[in-house]
Ligand binder design. Structure first.
Ligand SMILES: [Zn+2]
Length: 147
């Protein structure tokens, strides 16, 4: 992590999903963000599935109601099961990659990388920069040589 990096602290307890949204600023810099808890990831996955299926069904349900439904389902699962985020779609050695619309990003998108070895999660203004940072991180922190 270079001097240009910015650490963004997660919001306080009870702010489910707060770790997903980094604070604005440092558009060209590597920004480390707080890794969400496994329960926050489950809640977000449930909320997204509900949103998609409610959309397909053509139902008019407000975001607050959708949030409440996702929270109730998440709480019920959390009450009776051990939850561990284990993304089966990621090839071992690869990072967790995703991007989001970002009007404050020079490219219009933010690109994220999460190291599944140590949990380091970063945000970048473009995909090439994100991949370069991940390669650099894994070489320095995990002694992995890339060809
Ligand atoms: Zn790492």
């Amino acid at each position: 992590m270079g001097a240009a990096a910015e650490y963004v602290a997660q919001a306080g307890p009870g702010a489910r999903g707060a770790g997903w949204t980094p604070r604005l600023g440092g558009s060209m810099a590597t920004v480390e963000i707080q890794r969400p808890t496994d329960i926050d990831r489950l809640h977000e996955a449930i909320r997204e599935e509900l949103r998609i299926h409610i959309g397909f069904a053509g139902l008019d349900i407000e975001d607050g109601t959708l949030d409440n439904l996702a929270e109730m389902v998440t709480s019920r699962i959390d009450y009776g099961f051990n939850i561990e985020w284990a993304p089966k779609w990621i090839t071992p050695g690869d990072p967790h990659r995703w991007h989001e619309v970002g009007n404050d990003s020079p490219s219009g998108e933010w690109h994220f990388r999460e190291c599944l070895t140590c949990g380091r999660m970063t945000r970048h203004s473009n995909s090439d920069r994100a991949d370069a940072d991940y390669r650099s991180h894994t070489e320095e922190a995990h002694q992995i040589r890339h060809t």
